[in-house]
Design a protein around this ligand. Structure first.
Ligand code: NAD
Length: 285
């Protein structure tokens, strides 16, 4: 039997714990953690994602700060908004919604966010802190995967973990987080010639390739834990990078799409906002 990892339940648990801890933090310090979301342009999917994040922030008892810029905003316009939020002592975390309209240099803009407010964990500084194992804010999706593994009681220490994908957003920080928890980590990517040969030894297989149905039974060891980060919109709903039905009875545990990793990302964004508020306040470590 393959058990389905319930990301919705774990996300709810994380969110209620963050809400409780936020209330204690407010009571102890008088500071209400605040997340500033920055949305440039009118991409409908981005608008929905930002609205969901803002709602979750308010539900956690945090302050929702929002800045919207038009699609024709210049690099300097966006930089000025980020710099003002960076300098504002009442803002704990800053989230620049991606992708940005064509013509804007995302990497340069992201790097204007100070590490202490980098709730997406995407700045060069945060990546460096993660690589060093120093205190910092970690990218939400891979952190959400670690929370799921812990909630399921999956042993990470000493496990062979294989990560498919090496993006700055998911694959690379995922590998770092697993490594910090003493897994033996292999990273596969689009230039890996025989993917199945690399993934088959995995005790923990995390797939973040962005290729629908890439992973099937030929890639999976019996008893493995398989985490599907991929999200694809199809005519019949959402699907992932893993052919989930074909792994039934083979994998020990599997995250569904939807309802697996997806809900964890917002939960970890809230956790990061609280962590950022504590860090600024000097009560973080
Ligand atoms: P990306 O396109 O930036 O990176 C994909 C990575 O996969 C690359 O490193 C590439 O080398 C590798 N890859 C591509 N084809 C491959 C193949 N055939 N074999 C092996 N490796 C291959 O994508 P991303 O931003 O890392 O996102 C990956 C997926 O995760 C997407 O489907 C995205 O929508 C999803 N995602 C989900 C969440 C969530 O909250 N659940 C968050 C972020 C991304």
């Amino acid at each position: 039997m393959t058990s389905t990892i319930d990301g919705r339940k774990t996300a709810r648990d994380v969110r209620s714990k963050v809400a409780e801890e936020t209330a204690s933090f407010v009571a102890a310090t008088g500071i209400v953690p605040a997340l500033a979301t920055v949305l440039v342009g009118e991409d409908p999917a981005s608008a929905v994602y930002v609205a969901n994040k803002r709602r979750a922030v308010r539900a956690a008892g945090m302050r929702d700060v929002h800045r919207a810029l038009p699609a024709d905003a210049t690099q300097e316009d966006v930089a000025a908004v980020l710099d003002a939020l960076a300098a504002d002592p009442e803002v704990s975390g800053i989230l620049l919604q991606l992708p940005l309209p064509a013509g804007l240099d995302s990497a340069a803009l992201i790097d204007r966010i100070p590490a202490v407010k980098d709730v997406d964990g995407l700045t060069t500084a945060s990546a460096g802190l993660l690589a060093r194992g120093a205190y910092g804010l970690r990218p939400c999706t891979p952190s959400g995967v670690m929370e799921l593994l812990d909630a399921e009681g999956v042993t990470v220490k000493g496990a062979h973990a294989v990560v498919v994908g090496r993006s700055e957003l998911v694959g690379r920080p995922m590998a770092q987080l697993l490594l910090r928890r003493d897994a033996t980590v292999t990273v596969a990517h689009r230039h890996t010639p025989d993917l199945a040969a690399v993934t088959r030894p995995a005790d923990i297989l995390v797939v973040a390739a962005g290729v629908p149905g890439l992973i099937g039974p030929e890639h999976v060891k019996p008893g493995a834990t398989v985490v599907d980060v991929g999200i694809h919109r199809t005519g019949t709903g959402l699907t992932g990078d893993v052919r989930a039905t074909e792994l039934d009875g083979l994998a020990a545990r599997l995250t569904p799409v939807p309802g697996g990793v997806g809900p964890m990302t917002i939960a970890l964004l809230l956790a990061n906002t609280l962590r950022a508020a504590r860090w600024s306040h000097g009560s973080g470590r």
